[in-house]
Structure formats: C-alpha cells, structure tokens
Design a protein around this ligand. Sequence first.
Ligand code: KG4
Ligand code: ZN
Length: 345
Amino acid sequence: MGDANAGAFCVLGLETSCDETSCAVLEGDGSCEPSALRLRSSVVASQVSLHRRFGGVVPEVASRRHVETIIPVIDQALRDAGLGLSDVTAVAATRGPGLVGAILVGLSAAKAVALARQVPFIGVNHIEAHMYANFIEHPDLRPPFVCLVVSGGHTDLVYLQDHGSYEVMGRTRDDAAGEAFDKVARVLGLGYPGGPAIDAAARSGDPNAVRFPRAFLEEGSYDFSFSGLKTAVVNHVRKVNTSLADIAASFQEAVVDVLVEKTIGAAHARGVGTVALAGGVAANSRLRERMSARASEAGLRLVSPSPVLCTDNAAMVACAGYFRLARGERSSLELPAVPDLGLES
Ligand code: KG4
Ligand code: ZN
C-alpha cells in the first residue's frame, strides 16, 4: 500500500524492553522541528495480565510473548496509520536498557524491516525515549530543560542541554521510584503493577496521616533514595492500624515531595525555564498536580506527556529515533542490545 499523505520522514518505532510489545508510526519533515511531528499510530500490547500472577515481570515469559505479538502489533500500527511498509522511510527500536531477551525481539524485527526495505535503522536508548515523549505533544518545546525520568527501573534527574547532549545530575542510590511504588503496593496487598493501584487508593486517603521519612540526602545532591521509605512503610503496617488509603496517600506524598523539590532545585541550578516529566511514574496524578503547582510558583514551565505516553510505548522510541535520524545518525545492523545502557554513553 502506498500513501501520498506519508510525510518526508516516516519512522516506524518498536519498543520491547520490558512487558509491552509496542509499535508506532511517526512522521515529520526531517528537521529537528517538533511542530512538524505527527503521530499517525501507536499500538501497545500489554503483557500485564500474563505477569500478574507472578507479582512482577518474568523475563523469559516476556520474551516469548514479544515473539508471538511483534508482527501483529506492527501490522496493526501500519493499518491504524493507513500506511504500508513501503511508506516507512526509517526504523527505530529500543536497544537498552532493559531485559536483554525482550529487547532482542524488537531490535531484530526492526533490523529485518530496515534490511528488507533498504531504509536507515537507528537504535534508541529507552531513557532518552521516555524524555522524547515530551516532544510529541509539545510542538514549541526546545532544549535546554531539566527532565525528571521516573520509571520502574530508573529515577534520573537529567539536564537536557541540547538534542543528544545530557548530563545526569542525579539518580537513585537504591530503588527506583516505580520500584518503590510496586514494592509498597505488594506489602499493602494492592497487586501488580503497584503504581496505578497506589495512585487510585491514595485518592480517598489523607496524605498527612503518617509522616513517612523523606530522604533529601546531602545539600546540593540531586540523588534519590527510596529504600528507607519503603522499610518505614513496612514497619508501620506491622505495628499500627492505619487505613490502606491513608498509608497509600502518605507514602505517595513522601515520594512526590522529594521528586518535586529536587526537580525544581535542579532547574534553578542549571538556570532553565522549563521542567519536564517522563517515565511510568510521571503518570501519577499527585506528582503531576504537585509538580504543576510548584513549577508555577517557581515561575517555571512544566511539560509532561499524556499518561499513555508516560508508560512504555513505541511512539517515544520513534520520536527519539526521529531526532537522531534528523541529525544524520544511523546505526549499524550489527548494533547489539545493551541491558545496562547508560544515558551518557
Ligand atoms: O516507564 P515504565 O512503563 O517502564 C519502565 O521503563 O520501567 O514504568 C513502569 C513503572 C511501574 O513501576 C509502575 O508501577 C509505575 O511506572 N507507574 C506508576 C503509575 N503508572 C505507572 N507509578 C505511580 N503512579 C502511577 N499512576
Ligand atoms: Zn520505560
């Protein structure tokens, strides 16, 4: 199928680094101009129900499901976009960080499409992709800005100086924010994944019911630590009878307090006028509400992706790939999957 409406640059993005098999089609004019971007389709096949009974993602099970789902998901994304494979001018896929067996499925599929169609291929860093989800919906967004990346595996405060130029100002020294949500939800019997469950339970709770510890660490540090908070919640639940909603709200408040203050502090330290949110935890309603209030108080602009673009998806991968392709970058078809890929590498 050919389509005269296909843009000059039509990127097929693939994301399979954890438990979502996802494909998206993003087009633009080939410049680093976000206002030219148009997301034509975004399909996410979630494996959540498959992993729920294990209380977390089982890597081998995830890889096998990606193998079964990847081709139908690509077909669906092309159908939703009203395009055929012949309209695709480049392919982008996550190359890390994540579960290596899972990454390899999307990465190999992307290389196969690029080889068959003789179009450029680009490997994408998953954390960079989370940050780039912001460019899809904010056509006037320009670097520099400070971005808080909060997901199941990462909690990073990143100074995005320019496209492709990052300084990780701080990171978690133990648990990632999403990991803390998931672990506390398990203790509270809220199931998996824990973040959305705590977000929902906290709505009817009092965020000031229990004063859980906030780890602000040393003066001037942008690092995070959530393991003490998690232990405090576990100890509280054992000893004191507090309602589930109050514990969820009080725990969430302690996480949000630290995330908000460090992000605003980092923005001031780098002298930027914009802060951005990214990653699954950025879908948290209380974080969005508190960050928005604090940013406007501090005279900063806050941008964040819609909740569906915060959690893992291929639209963000297509977007990060698009900007690299627009700058003339290409990856070799021999590019490996790197499970612990760093943002600055
Ligand atoms: O970005 P993501 O989909 O995958 C990773 O790259 O890790 O993030 C998943 C994490 C999980 O820990 C999940 O519990 C958390 O994001 N999450 C939330 C919310 N939605 C997802 N955490 C708090 N509130 C939410 N609404
Ligand atoms: Zn992610």
